[in-house]
Design a binder for this molecule. Sequence first.
Ligand SMILES: O=C(O)C(=O)C[C@]1(C(=O)O)C=C[C@@H](O)C=C1
Length: 272
Amino acid sequence: MKVAYLGPSGTFSEEAAVRLFSDADTFLPQESMDDVLQAVSCADVDKGVVPIENSIAGTIDTSIDGLLTYRLFIEADVIFPISLNLIGTDHCSLDTIRRVVSITPALEQCRALIRDKGWACDRVGSTAIAAKVVMERNQPECAAIASKCVADIYGLKLIASDIQDNKRNHTRFIIISRNSHLHQHQKKTMLLVTPATEHVGMLASILNVFATLSINLSWIESRPTGEKLGEYRFFIETEAGYGSDPMNKAIMILRTFGHEVDILGSYSTKII
Ligand SMILES: O=C(O)C(=O)C[C@]1(C(=O)O)C=C[C@@H](O)C=C1
């Protein structure tokens, strides 16, 4: 099996992919999340691993929008604790840092410290690229925000650990594939609901369907349709498996109301 993830070596995505797919033959690190989705879509790999949301920074739009762009499905999800660290060259210390380098969600997870210190931010494609950039720049005023393991990979030193806004920082990753393995007896289902028409109380009426059927929602995200300003569709993750009675009824009722309902996956959270 071939698995793609956001690289290079030392990213959190790599850690997630390696732990999820201990039996994979080949891991293919990619330059961006979009490249991961594309690699799955054009069958360069069998599966991809991408982050979808973080407890501090929120939803990672590239991942959820990419599911639609490339017509991909979610096969499972997994939640990882994320510890972010300041990593710099030998002459770098907390007093010398003026700029931090990282991927946007990691910078957002450390907003409080960055604001307190008045540091400038340089955005790059991943936490591991940040470490590589800091190594190449070789300046005491520059530090990467990344995992501890990148310090060893790029010959850098750890300057401060656990610098994210709070200690209970978690990122949820999803495994994506080209096929919709809609197995029964899963715990959750991800739906994409595109409302029929815009009217007062439209979202409330959609949500009411789930409330009436006692289906708990674990995640909801609105994204623009891209057609017209103010027009949205909704990613809704339910705590009911595809094929279960309440889920069948919810889908049937929503479709009867004229809403478009796509099933983006039915899965259970992996514990690793
Ligand atoms: O850059 C990385 O190391 C990644 O795997 C990406 C990513 C993300 O974009 O959310 C994954 C987990 C952490 O939240 C920080 C960064």
